[in-house]
Design a protein around this ligand. Structure first.
Ligand code: TMP
Length: 207
């Protein structure tokens, strides 16, 4: 485990309900008396949130490798200032997206070599204990994507082929690291998704 605490990340494509699920899991663990730090990427600290604004602004063109490095710059600050200290004092950290999103979006989606992202991950030196991959059936994922206001940030305005590559990327990563990833069906109601997360956590890490 990372430090004395527990580091949990949530991953998936757009519209899978990650943020709602993360908030629900945090609430459930707090009810049980755990200290929980709920955070997100890109973001989570003042500096990382400033980088997020730049990364999501589709009016500012940025080369994919530059985007990758900005995601990691934000992540380095987030890990140093918020995540590591929380883990060191024994908290549960729940992060809505982490480096697997860079693999999925920048490597599988935008073509940045996987080896470049792996090099940045090893520089970061922190790995989640558990990663939930929230998955939707293809039809439902498309329905939610079209129902959302499209084109409101850099990534939301990508085409369908991009999101297919992202989804395939997440699946490949989950298959390659079965000890860390837990796949969750995100199609039921939010409370049912939270219950699945809670149950899976108990089974996987006894927490
Ligand atoms: P959000 O919509 O989950 O808040 O995430 C913001 C967007 O940033 C989302 O479209 C996924 C994208 N993203 C990347 O492309 N690479 C990353 O490393 C992260 C963390 C997010």
């Amino acid at each position: 485990m990372a430090g004395a605490g527990l580091f949990i990340t949530l991953e998936g494509g757009e519209g899978a309900g990650k943020s709602t699920a993360a908030a629900g899991l945090a609430a459930a663990l707090r009810t049980e008396g755990r200290e929980v730090v709920l955070t997100r990427e890109p973001g989570g600290t003042k500096g990382a949130e400033a980088i997020r604004a730049l990364l999501l602004n589709q009016d500012i063109p940025l080369d994919p490798l530059a985007q990758t490095m900005l995601h990691f710059a934000a992540r380095m600050d987030h890990v140093a200032a918020l995540i590591r200290p929380a883990l060191a004092r024994g908290a549960v950290v729940i992060c809505d997206r982490f480096y697997d999103s860079t693999m999925a979006y920048q490597s599988y989606g935008q073509g940045v070599p996987l080896a470049d992202v792996r090099a940045l991950i090893s520089l970061l030196g922190l790995k989640p204990d558990v990663t939930f991959l929230l998955e939707l059936p293809e039809v439902e994922a498309k329905r939610r994507l079209t129902a959302r206001a499209s084109g409101t940030d850099r990534y939301e305005e990508m085409d369908e082929a991009f999101f297919t590559r992202v989804r395939d990327g997440f699946r490949a990563m989950a298959a390659a690291e079965p000890a860390r990833f837990i796949k969750i069906d995100a199609s039921p109601a939010p409370e049912a998704v939270v219950a699945s997360l809670r149950q899976a956590l108990r089974e996987r890490v006894g927490c």
